[in-house]
Ligand binder design. Structure first.
Ligand SMILES: NC(=O)c1ccc[n+]([C@@H]2O[C@H](COP(=O)([O-])OP(=O)(O)OC[C@H]3O[C@@H](n4cnc5c(N)ncnc54)[C@H](O)[C@@H]3O)[C@@H](O)[C@H]2O)c1
Ligand SMILES: [Zn+2]
Ligand SMILES: [Zn+2]
Length: 361
């Protein structure tokens, strides 16, 4: 058996996305079908549409989602129909070399649904980040469903499924930000503002937000930035140094994904400081740095996949901080849109009009 529902696909490189009919199989062993309530528009969806991730078109886009489990397949014990869940793209396997080392947030064999969702003509879809959630109902591995407080607003907690979690985790998990640290965040979209909020939660005393758009800087202040720098026409490195006693920040988080901003991050950190790359570069990008500087500046150059999060640990915890008013997830939701407005949301993302547009079902 299967169901026919509406979903948003990207058919070819650069072509506008479209709403079309998608066939969703009933859940098989270890799988679940989730009725989506809300799904945020992340820059990674746009990367997929532009061919920046891979060429496995057609893609079923959307991956920052919350919803209710509709049905589960054989052997599923972690969730049941009716559970309110946030979808994750890190359903850890428990068996790979990372999991065996006790570092499941690096899991190299995360679970996705085994069956494929298809177009009406049988063409198999590649779901974005193994999820695919700009769709009324989606098929995922049961482990991709993380139960959270059902009182929470779907549009807000769904964002924990990707960008906001990636940002918070880049600060707290990957960057190890702690009380008294100075932190600079380059690029203040949903991911960068997640990093600002994470740095604030962790007790950083100086939080410098850097963007090319003044509206983004204003929003970043709302998440806890203590200083802002408009990168347009500014020397970002010396501006960060000026705000940190001439030294640079303890942790610099790059949330754009470009060589020039990575270089700024590299030089804007203090000696022995940490750079965290959470922005996603495209395959053709390269970077050249004096090896003597890589050595001489010491510290750590890290990348953050999904904020090194563990969904079972982090989603309920952050949902609880949201409930307590200590993490304002609502502020990430700039607008609620319909399924047929994803292409417009990409344009708004490009022009800087939104932090997150969230599709509501
Ligand atoms: N590592 C992960 O697990 C993960 C998860 C989600 C998203 N991402 C990536 O993070 C990046 C940001 O995603 P987003 O959804 O926040 O995107 P976004 O488009 O909402 O935000 C990007 C921000 O960067 C700013 N910017 C652009 N050029 C700049 C420059 N030269 N200097 C300073 N700021 C600049 C833009 O004005 C914008 O505010 C993307 O590359 C996305 O693919 C990574
Ligand atoms: Zn694993
Ligand atoms: Zn994302």
């Amino acid at each position: 058996m299967s169901q026919r529902v509406n979903g948003v696909i990207s058919r070819a490189k650069g072509a506008p996305v479209e709403v079309t009919t998608i066939i969703v199989p009933d859940p098989g062993p270890g799988e679940a079908v989730v009725k989506i309530q809300a799904c945020g528009v992340c820059h990674t969806d746009l990367h997929y549409r532009e061919g920046g991730i891979n060429d496995d078109y057609p893609f079923l886009l959307g991956h920052e989602a919350a919803g209710v489990v509709e049905s589960v397949g054989a052997g599923v014990t972690e969730v049941a129909p009716g559970d309110f869940v946030v979808l994750n793209w890190r359903a850890v396997c428990g068996e790979c070399r990372a999991c065996k080392k006790g570092k499941p947030w690096y899991c190299f064999a995360t679970h996705n649904a085994t069956q494929k969702m298809t177009l009406e003509d049988g063409t198999e879809l590649s779901p974005a980040l193994g999820i695919g959630a700009f769709i009324e109902k989606t098929l995922v591995a049961a482990g991709q469903c993380t139960k959270v407080d059902p009182q929470a607003r779907p549009a807000a907690v769904g964002l924990l499924g990707c960008g906001v979690m990636a940002g918070i985790g880049a600060a707290i998990n990957t960057g190890g930000v702690t009380r008294g640290d100075s932190v600079a965040v380059i690029g203040c979209g949903g991911v960068g503002d997640g990093a600002v909020a994470g740095a604030a939660l962790a007790g950083a005393t100086t939080i410098i937000a850097i963007d090319t758009d003044d509206r983004k800087l204003e929003w970043a202040r709302g998440f806890g930035a203590t200083h802002t720098i408009n990168a347009r026409g500014a020397d970002v490195v010396s501006a960060v140094q000026e705000l940190t006693g001439g030294f640079g920040a303890d942790v610099v988080i790059e949330a754009v994904g470009r060589p020039e901003t990575y270089k700024q991050a590299f030089y804007a950190r203090d000696l022995a400081g940490t750079v965290v790359l959470v922005g996603v570069p495209t395959p053709e990008m390269t970077i050249e740095l004096p090896l003597a500087d890589v050595f001489g500046r010491g510290g750590a150059l890290k990348s953050s996949w999904y904020g090194d999060c563990l969904p079972t640990r982090d989603f309920p915890m952050l949902t609880e901080l949201y409930r307590q008013g200590r993490l304002d997830l609502d502020k990430f939701v700039t607008e609620e849109i319909r399924l047929d407005q994803v292409e417009e949301a990409f344009a708004k993302m490009h022009s800087g009009d939104v932090l997150r547009s969230v599709v509501i079902f």
